[in-house]
Design a protein around this ligand. Structure first.
Ligand code: CA
Length: 425
């Protein structure tokens, strides 16, 4: 295992084997691209200016900016070269150890602000957990035909909206909107009464081929820059009324929260695991993939902390449950010639397992409000209440090696006031 000369707390998500990519604002307001080791931030711009990347022939100022998109657009060989160089520089016995450059390069996490590190040109949300799709189909449509006929043939997805994706820590507001339960005779308007989280992992893409070409499934992972935790906030009452026939719209695009450190597939390579079999219903050839190691064993946990209350863990799930892999999602997304751009963000869809404790949304955990969850310190939850903070963590661990994402955490604030035209005559 790689050993660093920097101090790393035991059980840190960020050992030298991780080397995620992110962005921070230094004291004084300078924004730079960064990595993280333990609870220290590595200023990639300072490293470049001091000549530590000279052998890599990177464009001047590549990391002297708030966003990683230019770096991401350079492609996998560059991502790998920079990450390997960082691992060498911060290994025990490196020339950097004890250098007077250290105070310019290494910052305490507590001395910087951590930013959303990418401009997201487009956001796509998949629906790739068979357990989640079955649970939602059972509740919203028909228990006997919970999966629609296309589901086992297509990694179903929809185009979301990137403008309201926020970094961990940014509070969000309960959305206003239209809702109508099946038993209501007409819709009403107001704050959603069924605000929910969706436990997801998103992948960030590099640049795809231009000119209408597509990305082959066995090449797709080389177009994936890295992964983050993703809370795809949802308003179930708005969703249930609006989603037919064109799918999710305002129930989804009011907010999504993402963890700020992008973890590479190389860092997660030790945690590859088989994916659920697709032998019973074989996908079309362009989606066929060796299933023996295409998923990742990443444990995911969700907790809810009420205002002034204590945290209650409500779900423990795992990314290995996904029926459609990231490679299949990306191959499908580009098969029609859709242009994939550096920084595009594609979320997995809610990650649910077979057992109730592994469901990835309150919709499923409380079975649409019919089975509320008891909270530590009293009270119960069917959905998220004003003042609640939802926190998701994720990590992989094996043979003493732990690679993680940190957390994505956000507080739900009351709805914004609106002009209530319904009261005007
Ligand atoms: Ca979603």
């Amino acid at each position: 295992m790689l050993q660093s000369f920097l101090p790393i707390p035991s059980h840190s998500d960020f050992p030298l084997g991780n080397i995620p990519f992110g962005s921070v604002t230094r004291s004084g307001g300078v924004e730079v691209c960064a990595s993280r080791i333990g609870d220290q931030v590595i200023d990639l711009s300072a490293l470049q200016q001091l000549g530590y990347f000279d052998a890599l022939d990177l464009p001047n100022g590549l990391f002297n900016q708030a966003l990683l998109n230019d770096f991401i657009a350079m492609g996998q060989p560059t991502w790998r070269a920079v990450r390997s160089r960082l691992q060498a520089l911060f290994s025990a016995g490196s020339a950097l150890e004890g250098s007077n450059h250290m105070h310019e390069i290494v910052l305490a996490l507590t001395d910087v602000d951590v930013n959303l590190p990418i401009h997201i040109p487009d956001y796509t949300d998949f629906y790739s957990s068979i357990e989640h799709a079955t649970n939602v189909g059972t509740m919203f449509r028909d228990p006997n035909n919970a999966l629609l006929p296309n589901w086992l043939h297509i990694p179903v997805g929809y185009h979301g909206r990137s403008s309201t994706i926020m970094p961990s820590g940014t509070p969000i507001h309960r959305p206003n909107g239209q809702r109508k339960a099946p038993s209501d005779d007409k819709p009403t308007f107001g704050p959603s009464i069924k605000v929910d989280f969706e436990l997801e992992i998103a992948f960030i893409t590099g640049s795809g081929p231009t000119g209408g070409s597509s990305i082959a499934v066995d090449q797709a992972e080389s177009h994936i820059f890295g992964l983050t935790l993703f809370n795809d906030w949802s308003a179930r009452d708005i969703q249930q009324w609006e989603y037919v026939p064109l799918g999710p719209f305002l129930a989804k695009n009011f907010a999504s929260s993402m963890s700020p450190w992008i973890v590479t597939l190389d860092a997660l390579a030790p945690f590859r695991t088989p994916a659920p079999s697709q032998d019973d219903v074989q996908p079309l050839p362009y989606l066929q993939q060796d299933r023996s190691a295409c998923n990742l064993d990443i444990q995911l946990d969700v907790s809810i902390t009420p205002e002034k209350g204590q945290a209650t863990q409500v779900s423990t799930s795992n990314f290995k449950y996904m029926y459609w892999s990231m490679a299949q999602q990306l191959a499908h997304h580009s098969i029609n010639g859709c242009l994939i751009q550096a920084g595009d963000t594609m979320a997995s869809g809610t990650i649910s397992g077979k057992d109730k404790g592994s469901y990835g949304s309150m919709l499923e955990l409380s079975w649409n409000g019919t089975e509320p969850i008891a909270m530590k310190g009293g009270g119960q939850r069917s959905f998220i209440e004003d003042g609640d903070t939802v926190t998701m963590t994720g990590h992989a661990e094996k043979a003493g090696l732990r690679i993680g994402f940190g957390e994505v955490s956000a507080k739900l604030l009351p709805a914004q006031p609106w002009n209530d035209l319904t009261t005007k005559k």
